[in-house]
Design a protein around this ligand. Structure first.
Ligand code: SF4
Ligand code: SF4
Length: 167
Protein backbone atom coordinates (compact mmCIF):
# COMPACT_ATOMS: atom_id res chain seq x y z
CA UNK A 1 0.00 0.00 0.00
CA UNK A 2 1.31 3.45 -0.87
CA UNK A 3 0.69 6.94 0.50
CA UNK A 4 -2.03 7.22 -2.12
CA UNK A 5 -3.62 4.04 -0.71
CA UNK A 6 -3.03 2.26 -3.99
CA UNK A 7 -1.54 -1.08 -4.94
CA UNK A 8 -0.32 -2.38 -8.28
CA UNK A 9 -2.81 -5.25 -8.13
CA UNK A 10 -3.25 -6.69 -11.61
CA UNK A 11 -0.96 -4.09 -13.20
CA UNK A 12 2.50 -5.07 -14.42
CA UNK A 13 2.91 -2.57 -17.25
CA UNK A 14 6.13 -0.98 -15.95
CA UNK A 15 7.75 -4.43 -16.25
CA UNK A 16 7.17 -4.06 -20.01
CA UNK A 17 7.69 -0.39 -20.85
CA UNK A 18 10.63 0.49 -18.59
CA UNK A 19 14.22 -0.53 -19.30
CA UNK A 20 15.94 -2.34 -16.41
CA UNK A 21 19.69 -1.84 -16.66
CA UNK A 22 20.60 -4.47 -14.08
CA UNK A 23 18.79 -7.14 -16.11
CA UNK A 24 19.84 -5.69 -19.49
CA UNK A 25 16.12 -5.59 -20.18
CA UNK A 26 15.26 -3.15 -22.97
CA UNK A 27 12.24 -0.87 -22.78
CA UNK A 28 9.05 -2.17 -24.37
CA UNK A 29 9.74 -5.89 -23.90
CA UNK A 30 8.33 -7.98 -21.09
CA UNK A 31 10.80 -8.79 -18.34
CA UNK A 32 11.44 -12.55 -18.33
CA UNK A 33 10.56 -12.57 -14.62
CA UNK A 34 7.16 -10.98 -15.17
CA UNK A 35 3.91 -12.83 -15.25
CA UNK A 36 1.86 -10.21 -17.15
CA UNK A 37 -1.15 -9.23 -15.07
CA UNK A 38 0.12 -11.46 -12.25
CA UNK A 39 3.32 -9.98 -10.85
CA UNK A 40 7.03 -10.52 -10.43
CA UNK A 41 8.19 -14.12 -10.10
CA UNK A 42 11.42 -12.98 -8.44
CA UNK A 43 9.84 -10.31 -6.22
CA UNK A 44 11.97 -10.91 -3.06
CA UNK A 45 15.19 -10.65 -5.06
CA UNK A 46 14.14 -8.17 -7.75
CA UNK A 47 16.73 -5.56 -8.80
CA UNK A 48 17.17 -2.32 -6.87
CA UNK A 49 15.80 -0.39 -9.86
CA UNK A 50 12.52 -2.30 -9.54
CA UNK A 51 12.38 -1.78 -5.77
CA UNK A 52 12.89 1.95 -6.20
CA UNK A 53 10.33 2.36 -8.98
CA UNK A 54 6.82 3.70 -8.54
CA UNK A 55 4.76 5.17 -11.33
CA UNK A 56 2.91 8.43 -10.68
CA UNK A 57 -0.48 6.73 -10.53
CA UNK A 58 0.69 4.48 -7.69
CA UNK A 59 1.90 7.28 -5.43
CA UNK A 60 -0.18 10.31 -6.36
CA UNK A 61 -3.88 10.18 -5.64
CA UNK A 62 -4.34 13.38 -7.68
CA UNK A 63 -4.05 11.17 -10.74
CA UNK A 64 -7.51 9.74 -11.05
CA UNK A 65 -8.34 6.05 -11.10
CA UNK A 66 -8.79 5.89 -14.89
CA UNK A 67 -5.04 6.52 -15.23
CA UNK A 68 -4.22 3.14 -13.68
CA UNK A 69 -1.64 1.82 -16.18
CA UNK A 70 -3.31 -1.56 -16.68
CA UNK A 71 -6.46 0.33 -17.78
CA UNK A 72 -5.03 3.39 -19.50
CA UNK A 73 -2.05 1.53 -21.09
CA UNK A 74 0.02 4.53 -20.01
CA UNK A 75 2.80 4.61 -17.40
CA UNK A 76 3.53 8.09 -16.04
CA UNK A 77 6.84 9.04 -14.45
CA UNK A 78 8.51 12.34 -13.62
CA UNK A 79 11.90 13.58 -14.80
CA UNK A 80 13.94 16.71 -14.08
CA UNK A 81 12.11 18.34 -17.00
CA UNK A 82 8.55 17.33 -16.21
CA UNK A 83 6.25 14.45 -17.02
CA UNK A 84 7.03 11.37 -19.14
CA UNK A 85 4.18 9.27 -20.47
CA UNK A 86 5.16 5.81 -21.72
CA UNK A 87 2.59 4.15 -23.88
CA UNK A 88 2.19 0.37 -24.05
CA UNK A 89 3.54 -0.33 -27.57
CA UNK A 90 0.69 -2.81 -28.00
CA UNK A 91 -1.67 0.20 -27.76
CA UNK A 92 0.32 2.98 -29.44
CA UNK A 93 -2.65 5.34 -29.72
CA UNK A 94 -3.76 4.93 -26.10
CA UNK A 95 -2.57 8.45 -25.24
CA UNK A 96 -4.72 9.94 -27.98
CA UNK A 97 -7.93 8.54 -26.51
CA UNK A 98 -10.08 10.68 -24.24
CA UNK A 99 -9.99 11.60 -21.47
CA UNK A 100 -6.22 11.06 -21.61
CA UNK A 101 -5.43 13.32 -24.57
CA UNK A 102 -7.43 16.19 -23.10
CA UNK A 103 -5.82 15.88 -19.69
CA UNK A 104 -2.34 15.66 -21.21
CA UNK A 105 -3.05 18.85 -23.12
CA UNK A 106 -4.20 20.59 -19.94
CA UNK A 107 -0.96 19.57 -18.21
CA UNK A 108 1.06 20.78 -21.20
CA UNK A 109 -0.70 24.15 -20.93
CA UNK A 110 -0.18 24.51 -17.19
CA UNK A 111 3.37 23.10 -17.46
CA UNK A 112 4.44 25.68 -20.03
CA UNK A 113 4.18 28.51 -17.51
CA UNK A 114 6.25 26.47 -15.04
CA UNK A 115 8.84 25.40 -17.65
CA UNK A 116 7.80 21.76 -17.29
CA UNK A 117 7.46 19.50 -20.29
CA UNK A 118 5.03 16.72 -21.16
CA UNK A 119 6.66 14.05 -23.32
CA UNK A 120 4.87 10.99 -24.74
CA UNK A 121 7.06 7.97 -25.51
CA UNK A 122 5.77 5.26 -27.85
CA UNK A 123 8.37 2.61 -28.55
CA UNK A 124 11.48 4.66 -29.24
CA UNK A 125 9.63 7.67 -30.59
CA UNK A 126 9.06 10.76 -28.52
CA UNK A 127 6.47 13.50 -28.91
CA UNK A 128 6.62 16.76 -26.99
CA UNK A 129 3.19 18.20 -26.22
CA UNK A 130 2.79 21.93 -25.88
CA UNK A 131 -0.21 24.16 -25.34
CA UNK A 132 -0.56 24.69 -29.08
CA UNK A 133 0.77 21.61 -30.85
CA UNK A 134 2.66 18.31 -30.89
CA UNK A 135 6.33 18.10 -31.84
CA UNK A 136 7.19 14.65 -33.21
CA UNK A 137 10.85 14.23 -32.20
CA UNK A 138 11.37 10.81 -33.73
CA UNK A 139 13.80 8.48 -31.99
CA UNK A 140 15.66 10.25 -29.18
CA UNK A 141 18.71 8.34 -27.98
CA UNK A 142 19.89 8.18 -24.37
CA UNK A 143 22.82 10.45 -25.30
CA UNK A 144 20.51 13.06 -26.81
CA UNK A 145 18.56 15.94 -25.30
CA UNK A 146 15.42 17.82 -26.24
CA UNK A 147 16.14 21.50 -26.85
CA UNK A 148 13.20 23.91 -26.78
CA UNK A 149 13.20 27.34 -28.37
CA UNK A 150 11.05 29.69 -26.32
CA UNK A 151 9.34 33.01 -26.89
CA UNK A 152 8.56 33.98 -23.33
CA UNK A 153 7.17 30.73 -21.94
CA UNK A 154 5.75 29.66 -25.31
CA UNK A 155 7.55 26.83 -27.11
CA UNK A 156 8.02 27.83 -30.76
CA UNK A 157 10.43 25.13 -31.94
CA UNK A 158 11.99 21.91 -30.67
CA UNK A 159 15.15 20.15 -31.81
CA UNK A 160 17.13 17.14 -30.60
CA UNK A 161 20.86 17.54 -29.96
CA UNK A 162 23.71 15.38 -28.72
CA UNK A 163 24.23 15.98 -25.00
CA UNK A 164 27.97 16.36 -25.66
CA UNK A 165 27.29 19.23 -28.08
CA UNK A 166 25.41 21.13 -25.38
CA UNK A 167 28.20 21.06 -22.81
S1 SF4 B 1 2.99 0.68 -13.78
FE1 SF4 B 1 2.61 1.53 -11.73
S2 SF4 B 1 0.77 0.50 -10.99
FE2 SF4 B 1 1.55 -0.68 -12.72
S3 SF4 B 1 2.86 -2.26 -11.80
FE3 SF4 B 1 4.17 -0.54 -12.31
S4 SF4 B 1 4.27 0.72 -10.45
FE4 SF4 B 1 2.52 -0.68 -10.24
S1 SF4 C 1 12.42 -8.16 -12.03
FE1 SF4 C 1 10.28 -8.27 -11.41
S2 SF4 C 1 9.73 -6.17 -10.85
FE2 SF4 C 1 11.62 -6.07 -12.06
S3 SF4 C 1 10.97 -5.73 -14.19
FE3 SF4 C 1 11.21 -7.95 -13.88
S4 SF4 C 1 9.16 -8.66 -13.31
FE4 SF4 C 1 9.19 -6.45 -13.03
Amino acid sequence: MTAAGRQCGDCTLCCKVMAIEELAKPANAWCPHCEPGGGCRTYPSRPAECRAFSCVWLVNALLEEHWKPSRSKLVLTTSDDGLEVRCDPGFPDAWRREPFRGELREWAISGEALDMTVVVIVGQRMTLLTAEREFDLGIVGPDERIVRELEGTRVVNVTVAKASDLE
